[in-house]
Design a protein around this ligand. Structure first.
Ligand code: HEC
Length: 484
């Protein structure tokens, strides 16, 4: 049977040839980053296809369909895997790149493979960027707006690029469609083609192996089973880490994008350094942060095989390259930390200064937002509620039948304060019953996302102002003193 298949397709022989390949210098855990990246990519494709079954790309449905995904425990879990998988994939691409840089594996005859690799890095980052917008919540909207404004600052073509990406003068359904098309069709297609080319070239040149100047041939290791075993161990580890993160640290959905509300966005971690750069340079030099430095960085990256003129691949003979790499890595980490700190500072300042959400003033003209009137009383707890909780629990705390429990007229909410504090701090995951209806979904963790003060305010608000709720206020000290 196998012979028959092989004689007609050659698939078995090809697979055997593939596995029989030699690994110069022996198999090593240093070589696993490429295959681990490939594995993360496969997770992203599988979970991503699943999500397209439920996601509806338009300004009127993107956030609503994402919320429905959040409300279903299984779909929410797949979404969490997709979320953490993207981080894993980008982290692994960078580690792979770093390893190739340190080992000098980009040197002749592998220049083209290096270039394809840099293209893969770019495609992966574009995937991260376009995916970030799709939930269409406040953070997605405002983070993408910063990026689109960056693009528009490019000389000559900038405004045109922004207009094309945005699909018009303002962000809306057309923007979601452009990003969706890029995210689920164009970029994945390019990713798969480029990965194919990357691997085909790898087959042609063989693995680079360790960097040694000794002219004697290296001892040959086996790809199968030695390297395959190590690759599998690490990919499996990556899988477990993604599962654990998806389970214990699922992402959460902000309120639906509302361009009228002031909001300080938080970018994906892999774009933090770029945000930091933008914050650091004085405004008149913005062009450096948005265009000049990133473009120069990419060009230099492409040119690495030609910039490094040394004949030998050993690290000692490539001091310039090693120092350059170290400086860039340190700069990226430093900028990311700077950016993180400055965003947190701005968010804290904004929370104190925030004007009441303007939904109240527009609610008379828009029937859809009439339900939000209740949340616009000016108490700080109402503000936290409308920013962090109303997306799921509804503007008046009425919940969503079958998916999300009401907070209004809910005896748990007006019951012992300590239990409510616990749920809001740590989230909730499991079956509960409210007024005879059961729910089994996931309540996000707010510890770390809201300050203790905000948590006290919002609990005071939900206990005292939603529906017929009339229960005691909660103080910041009570939240701080909470014990499980
Ligand atoms: C992403 C959607 C979502 C957001 C945002 C959200 N919740 Fe929840 N919340 C839920 C879900 C789902 C449950 C039920 C969990 C379960 O069934 O296990 C829940 C449960 C609760 C409960 C317990 C209700 C009970 O009867 O046990 C409280 C209290 C609560 N949420 C308060 C809040 C507060 C306060 C905020 C804002 C700071 C908030 N929630 C934001 C989805 C959300």
């Amino acid at each position: 049977m196998l012979d028959w298949l092989d004689s007609r397709t050659g698939l078995i022989t090809q697979a055997q040839n593939f596995l029989k390949e030699d690994v110069p210098g022996g198999a090593s855990y240093w070589y696993v980053f490429g295959s681990a990246t490939l594995f993360a990519m496969i997770i992203q494709i599988v979970t991503g296809i699943f999500l397209t079954f439920f996601y509806a790309p338009s300004a009127a449905t993107a956030w609503e369909s994402t919320r429905a995904i959040y409300a279903n425990p299984f779909q929410h879990f797949v979404l969490s895997m997709h979320y953490w998988g993207s981080s894993a994939m980008i982290a692994l691409v960078f580690l792979h790149l770093l390893q190739v840089l340190i080992w000098g594996a980009y040197k002749s005859p592998r220049e083209i493979q290096w270039i394809v690799g840099v293209l893969l890095l770019i495609v992966t980052l574009v995937l991260g960027f376009t995916g970030y917008l799709l939930p269409w919540d406040m953070n997605a909207y405002f983070a993408s707006q910063v990026a689109l404004n960056m693009a528009s600052s490019a000389p000559v073509a900038g405004p045109l690029i922004q207009h094309i990406l945005q699909g018009g003068a303002v962000m809306g359904t057309a923007t979601i469609n452009r990003f969706f098309g890029l995210h689920v069709w164009l970029m994945p297609a390019m990713l798969v083609l480029l990965v194919g080319a990357h691997l085909a070239i790898l087959r042609h040149n063989g693995p680079a192996g360790p960097a040694v100047d000794d002219p004697r041939p290296l001892k040959k290791g086996r790809f199968y089973p030695d390297q395959v075993f190590m690759d599998t161990v690490v990919s499996f580890g990556v899988f477990i880490v993604i599962l654990l993160l998806a389970w214990f640290a699922p992402p959460f959905l902000d309120a639906k994008a509302n361009p009228n509300v002031f909001f300080i966005p938080y970018p994906a971690w892999y774009f933090l350094s770029l945000f930091g750069l933008l914050n650091l340079v004085p405004h008149q030099f913005d062009l450096f942060a948005t265009i000049v430095i990133p473009t120069a960085f990419i060009i230099i990256l492409f040119a690495v095989p030609w910039l490094d003129r040394s004949i030998s691949r050993t690290t000692g003979s490539r001091k310039g390259m090693m120092w350059g790499t170290a400086v860039v890595v340190a700069a990226v980490i430093g900028l990311s930390i700077f950016s993180q700190v400055s965003i947190m500072g701005k968010q804290a300042a904004a929370a104190q200064l925030a004007p009441p959400p303007p939904v109240a003033s527009t609610s008379t003209s828009s029937s859809a937002s009439s339900a939000t009137v209740a949340s616009t009383s000016s108490s700080p707890g109402a503000r936290v509620f409308s920013q962090s909780c109303s997306a799921c629990h509804g503007a008046t705390g009425m919940g969503q039948p079958g998916a999300i429990p009401p907070l209004a007229n809910n005896p748990f909410v007006t019951g012992p304060a300590n239990a409510v504090i616990g749920v809001v701090l740590n989230g909730l995951h499991g079956a509960i019953t409210v007024n005879g209806r059961s729910y089994n979904s996931m309540m996000p963790t707010w510890k770390g996302n809201l300050t203790n003060k905000q948590i006290a305010e919002v609990i005071t608000y939900i206990r005292g102002s939603l529906g017929k709720n009339k229960a005691s206020a909660v103080t910041t000290a009570q939240v701080a003193a909470h014990k499980p």
